[in-house]
Design a binder for this molecule. Structure first.
Ligand code: NAD
Ligand code: MG
Length: 387
């Protein structure tokens, strides 16, 4: 029995994905065991999680909170660490089978690489890592024989549709809810507040991805994520707005046949699928009822108004370090918008300026990605300050 237990590290355990992953693990103690928990600053929740799940190691990103964490866990046999570098140390622990990357932003890149090099399968929620360095991550995953299992609901949907298929994909349709501002025009968007943007119609998620959903950058990042996960050309990826978020995405095969994966929106399902793959696990999540959704609707994405989605396609077409520039600029503007330092529409303007002005590198090395990320953040912050 014990051999079949999967030992998992959760990077970002206090977040939306992290806490839902812990709920899945708590419901399946015979399948999963948490060995590592990490958080950036929410030390209270990290302590509570550590006391409940008794992992082998915990990491707090904010070093100022290390003493509090250490003190609270002193009677347990837990390795307590702090700082960004510690993430790379804990993911290589020999007993680990899988690392769930549920942290936000390009901060996920280094620990993901460390985990792959240590041969750990990756349950990937941290889409920014694939956006920044998808090609490099893929080649490392191949070299070290690790699986990259998608947690993002759309990519999980496509992954599930591909099980058992040997034929080529003609194209995929990534579904998008359209976010809280679907159908709105520039005039409306010019004045929307952070609180309006934080109200997503179908999903409760972390602040960054919720803003990304409102600007459609989330779908843009997902297009790039899909390219690397499923080895697709840009032309093979289409976005279709489906406001009910019941169909999570669609694969169209070379004979024109289409497969869709559907269900009520609940991230615990894709999280559980990635963790238990190739098995499915019985659960008590809410089941879909057709009569509650007599109509499922579809419409094109408005990329003229929501320019971030067009910018993401543009970055993917240019390739090289351009998606890295797009991502870093986006991380800066989302943080600034959440700080009420800039307006909703100005976010796209800053990203576009960064894409035009930063040094383009056609075949970036890992060092180039770190440098691009750094330089873009400096420049984007400068642009934000001068708004
Ligand atoms: P969140 O903000 O709710 O949680 C983020 C977690 O990462 C927290 O535990 C936080 O402490 C930690 N963290 C934040 N910054 C960090 C840093 N610099 N270094 C180390 N740890 C850090 O975010 P979330 O909504 O759970 O999203 C996590 C990732 O999953 C993102 O990449 C997001 O795009 C992706 N994702 C989320 C959802 C969702 O439903 N929430 C769906 C699909 C994909
Ligand atoms: Mg998604």
């Amino acid at each position: 029995m014990h051999q079949s237990i999967k030992n998992i590290a959760i990077l970002g355990s206090t977040g939306s994905i992290g806490t839902q992953a812990l709920a899945v693990i708590a419901a399946n103690p015979d399948l999963f065991c948490v060995q590592v928990l990490t958080a950036q600053s929410n030390v209270e929740l990290l302590i509570a999680q550590a006391l409940t799940f008794k992992p082998k190691a915990v990491v707090i990103g904010d070093e100022a909170k290390y003493q509090e964490l250490k003190e609270a866990l002193k009677n347990l046999d837990i390795d307590v660490k702090a700082g960004q570098e510690a993430l790379c140390e804990v993911v290589v622990m020999p007993q680990l089978n899988m690392v769930l990357t549920a942290l936000v932003g390009s901060a996920g890149l280094k620990p993901t690489i460390a985990a792959i090099k240590a041969g750990k399968d990756i349950a990937l929620a941290n889409k920014e890592t694939l956006v920044v360095a998808g090609e490099l991550i893929n080649s490392l995953a191949k070299k070290y024989h690790v699986k990259i299992l998608p947690v993002d609901s759309e990519h999980s949907a496509i992954f599930q549709c591909l099980v058992g298929e040997e034929s080529d994909i003609e194209k995929i349709y990534l579904t998008a809810s359209g976010g809280p501002f679907r159908g709105k025009d520039f005039e409306f968007l010019a004045n929307v507040t952070k609180n309006q943007a934080l109200k997503h119609p179908n999903w409760v998620m972390g602040a960054k991805i919720t803003i990304d959903s409102a600007t459609l950058m989330n779908k843009g990042l997902e297009v790039i994520e899909a390219k690397w996960l499923f080895d697709l050309a840009v032309e093979q990826i289409d976005v279709i707005v489906h406001p009910q978020s019941i169909i999570h995405s669609i694969v169209q095969f070379q004979d024109g046949s289409m497969k869709a994966q559907m269900g009520v929106p609940d991230m615990k399902l894709p999280i559980q699928y990635a963790m238990a793959y190739p098995k499915r696990v019985q659960n008590n999540f809410k089941r879909f009822n057709f009569l509650e959704y007599p109509t499922l609707t579809f419409e094109p994405a408005d990329i003229k108004t929501f320019r971030n989605l067009a910018l993401a396609f543009e970055a993917l077409n240019q390739a090289g370090n351009m998606p890295c520039i797009l991502n870093a600029a986006n991380e800066v503007v989302v943080a600034a918008f959440l700080n009420e330092e800039m307006g909703f529409l100005q976010m796209s303007e800053v990203i576009e300026t960064c894409m035009a002005k930063l040094d383009f590198v056609q075949e970036p090395s890992l060092e180039d990605y770190f440098e691009t990320d750094k330089q873009t953040r400096i420049f984007a912050k400068h642009l934000v300050t001068n708004i």
